[in-house]
Design a protein. Structure first.
Length: 377
C-alpha cells in the first residue's frame, strides 16, 4: 500500500469548511491564505493584484469540443471518453487539469504558479467552452477554455450551471461571522443565489436567517446543484426546518424548484444527526450522490433515490481512516468520481454507483493532492 504524503490531507480539497460556513477566517485556517482580486489582462495571462503576491496566473487554451461517447477498453469496463476537470495541488500550488475519463491525456488548463491562491469547486458549462471555479475570498471566476480569457463573475462559492447554460447558481455568505461562545465555533449565514448570465441579475433563492431569540447562531444553505432537466435544485441545509425533520442538529439534503419554492427535505433521519453534504445528480435525474458522516471524523459516499428516498452506502469506508469528498457522476452515469485519500493522499477515484466498490484511481501517477472532479453534463 502506498503512503504518498499521508499527513497532507487536511487542505481545501473537498469540504474543509463545509459544516457551518465558508468564511475567510476558516479558509485561512485551512491554508487558503489571503489574496487580492484576479484581473484578466489578456487572453493568455491574468494578474493577481496584491502587494504581497507576485503576478502570474497562466491559462492554457485548446480545443475543448466534447468527444463522442464511445466504449473504451479499460481495466474497469466501458467508460465515456468525455473529459473531466479537477483541481490538483502540486508543490503547494493549486492548478486545474483536464483529463479523459479513462485517466489518459492529463493537461493543465489553468496554470497557477501562486501559492496564495486556493482553487476549489469547478463547474464546466454545458457547451464545454467555459469553466466556472472558485478562488479564496471566495470569488467565482469564468475561464474561457477556447482562448484563455478570465473574468470574475461574482462573490460566492460552489457554482453550478443550469442545463441550458443561461444561469449559474452559487452560495454566498450574507452576514459577518459570529462566534457562538458556548461552543467556541464561528457561525455565519450562507444563502443560495442564481445569476442570469445575460442580464447579470442575481436573485436570492433561500432565506433562512435564524429568527430573533433563536438559540441557533447562523445557518447554511449551500452546495447547490441543478437537476439534469433544470427544474429543481438540490442543496445542503442546516439547520433543517423542524416541521420537516425532527433532528434540528442535522445537515440535510433538500430540494427546491428553480424559483426557491416547493422546499422539501430528501435525507432526513430522526434517529441520527447525520451531516449530509455536496449533492450531485445522476445524469438521468433519478438519484443523487452525497456525502455523509455522523460521529466519524471523515465523510463517506452515499446515494439517495429520488423516487423512493432509499439511501444506499456506496463505498466500504467506515469514516474512521480516510475521507471521500466532492462526488461527481460521469457523463454516462456509469461511475461516480470523487476525491479520496484511501491510500494515503487525495486522488480522483472512480466508484461503482450501484455499490460495486472502487474501480480505478485516475491520478495515481504523482504525489500531488487531487479533488473537485467535474464532468461535462
Amino acid at each position: 500500500m502506498k503512503r504518498k504524503n499521508a499527513k497532507a490531507f487536511p487542505i481545501i480539497i473537498g469540504l474543509a469548511t463545509l459544516l457551518y460556513s465558508l468564511t475567510a477566517c476558516e479558509s485561512q485556517k485551512s491554508g487558503g491564505g489571503s489574496a487580492g482580486g484576479i484581473t484578466a489582462v489578456s487572453h493568455e495571462r491574468a494578474n493577481i493584484s496584491d502587494n504581497s503576491i507576485p503576478a502570474g496566473i497562466h491559462t492554457v487554451a485548446f480545443d475543448v469540443s466534447p468527444k463522442a461517447e464511445e466504449p473504451e477498453a479499460a481495466a474497469f469496463g466501458p467508460v465515456t471518453t468525455a473529459p473531466f476537470y479537477y483541481v490538483s495541488k502540486r508543490a503547494g500550488v493549486y492548478k486545474i487539469f483536464r483529463m479523459d475519463a479513462d485517466g489518459s491525456n492529463p493537461a493543465v488548463v489553468y496554470d497557477n504558479p501562486n501559492p496564495h491562491i486556493t482553487i476549489s469547486k469547478l463547474a464546466p458549462s454545458p457547451d464545454g467552452k467555459t469553466l466556472a471555479f472558485t478562488v479564496n475570498g471566495p470569488r467565482i471566476y469564468l475561464l474561457d477554455l477556447t482562448n484563455g480569457a478570465l473574468s470574475q463573475l461574482t462573490q460566492g462559492d460552489w457554482p453550478d450551471w443550469s442545463p441550458d447554460g443561461t444561469k449559474i447558481i452559487f452560495e454566498r455568505e450574507v452576514t459577518t461571522p459570529e462566534r457562538f461562545a458556548s461552543r467556541g465555533r464561528i457561525f455565519s449565514v450562507v444563502e443560495i443565489f442564481v445569476k442570469d448570465l445575460s442580464s447579470g441579475n442575481e436573485v436570492q433563492l433561500t432565506h433562512t436567517y435564524p429568527p430573533a431569540g433563536s438559540t441557533t447562531v447562523g445557518s447554511f444553505n449551500g452546495h447547490p446543484a441543478f437537476s439534469p432537466d433544470g427544474s429543481e435544485i438540490a442543496y445542503t441545509r442546516w439547520p433543517p426546518d423542524s416541521a420537516d425533520c425532527d433532528n434540528a442538529t442535522s445537515h440535510v439534503i433538500y430540494l427546491m424548484d428553480i424559483s426557491g419554492s416547493s422546499v422539501r427535505p430528501l435525507t432526513c433521519d430522526s434517529q441520527k444527526p447525520w451531516l449530509d453534504a455536496a449533492p450531485a445528480w445522476s445524469p438521468d435525474g433519478r438519484a443523487i450522490a452525497f456525502l455523509r458522516r455522523w460521529h466519524e471524523p471523515f465523510y463517506q459516499l452515499y446515494t439517495v433515490s429520488l423516487g423512493t428516498k432509499e439511501i444506499k452506502k456506496i463505498t466500504r469506508s467506515d469514516g474512521t481512516v480516510y475521507s471521500e469528498l466532492t462526488p461527481a457522476w460521469s457523463s454516462d452515469g456509469e461511475f461516480i468520481a470523487m476525491g479520496s485519500n484511501r491510500d494515503g493522499d487525495f486522488d480522483i477515484w472512480l466508484v461503482d454507483p450501484d455499490g460495486g466498490g472502487y474501480r480505478s484511481n485516475l491520478t495515481n501517477t504523482h504525489t500531488g493532492i487531487d479533488g473537485y472532479p467535474a464532468y461535462l453534463k
